[in-house]
Design a protein around this ligand. Structure first.
Ligand code: ADP
Length: 209
C-alpha cells in the first residue's frame, strides 16, 4: 500500500526512487513491484518508471463490492403483525427507530411492508388509527421487493434505487407441505446499511479485497 501511495503521488517514478523513499534496497522491493505490475495496479514503462493505473483501481473497487453479500451487512428485521393497528405501527416505528416496518401474517411469514409515508397518508385521511389494521394500508405481497442472504450488496443497492424504496426484507423461501411458497423474514437491508458499508470501505475497515 505504501508503494501504491508513493506511485500515486509521485509517478512516474523509478524503482530506485521508490526504494530510496522507503529506505530499502531495490532488490528488496522487486517482488512487491512484480506483484503490483502483474496484477495491473501499477504499470511500468522502460526508462520512464512506474505509474498508477486508475482503471485497475476501479476494477478493484468493483471486485471488492461484488464479493460482499447481503448476509455480511444485514440488520435484524423489525416486524409487526398485520392484525395490529396503524396506531401500533406508528408507536413501533418510534420505539424501534426505523423508517419502515416489515409486516407478517398470523403464521409469521412475509405479508407486506409499511413505510413512514404510508402511515402519514392515513394520518391525513383522518380515520381511527387505533381500529384500522396495518394490513389494510401496507404494500402487500406479491408486490414486495426482497433479497436473499446470498445476493450481493450490489444487487440490493440496485433494487433500493430502481424501486425508489428505503428497505428490503431479507428472506428465505419456505415450501409448505402442500407445495405453496412462503417467505420467511431473516433480516433487512436499508439505505443506512449501504451508507455504513460505504464509510467502512472508505476507511479501509472492511477487508473484502
Ligand atoms: P417513504 O414512505 O419514507 O417514502 P419508502 O420510499 O421505503 O419510504 O416507501 C415508498 C413506498 O414503497 C411505500 O408505499 C412503501 O409501502 C413501499 N415499499 C417500501 N419498501 C418496499 C419493498 N421492499 N417492496 C415493495 N414496496 C415497498
Amino acid at each position: 500500500m505504501k508503494i501504491v501511495q508513493i506511485v500515486k503521488e509521485r509517478g512516474p517514478i523509478t524503482g530506485e526512487q521508490i526504494a530510496d523513499i522507503l529506505n530499502l534496497t531495490r532488490a528488496t522491493l522487486r517482488p512487491d513491484l512484480a506483484i503490483l505490475t502483474m496484477s495491473g495496479i501499477l504499470e511500468a514503462r522502460p526508462r520512464v518508471g512506474y505509474y498508477f493505473n486508475r482503471r485497475s483501481a476501479n476494477t478493484l473497487v468493483s471486485r471488492a463490492i461484488a464479493k460482499i453479500r447481503v448476509k455480511d451487512i444485514k440488520s435484524l428485521p423489525v416486524m409487526i403483525r398485520e392484525s395490529l393497528s396503524v396506531y401500533d405501527a406508528v408507536v413501533t416505528m418510534f420505539t424501534e427507530d426505523v423508517g419502515s416496518l416489515i409486516v407478517t401474517n398470523e403464521d409469521g411469514y412475509l405479508a407486506g411492508i409499511v413505510s413512514r409515508k404510508d402511515l402519514l397518508k392515513m394520518a391525513i385521511a383522518g380515520g381511527d388509527l387505533q381500529k384500522m389494521p396495518v394490513g389494510m394500508i401496507m404494500t402487500r405481497m406479491p408486490n414486495i421487493i426482497t433479497v436473499t442472504q446470498e445476493d450481493t450488496i450490489h444487487i440490493a443497492a440496485q433494487r433500493l434505487l430502481n424501486h425508489q424504496i428505503d428497505a428490503l426484507p431479507v428472506v428465505r423461501t419456505y415450501i409448505m407441505p402442500n407445495g405453496d411458497e412462503r417467505l420467511e423474514v431473516i433480516g433487512r437491508i436499508t439505505k443506512t446499511n449501504i451508507a455504513r458499508l460505504f464509510v467502512e470501505l472508505g476507511e479501509g475497515g472492511m477487508d473484502h479485497t
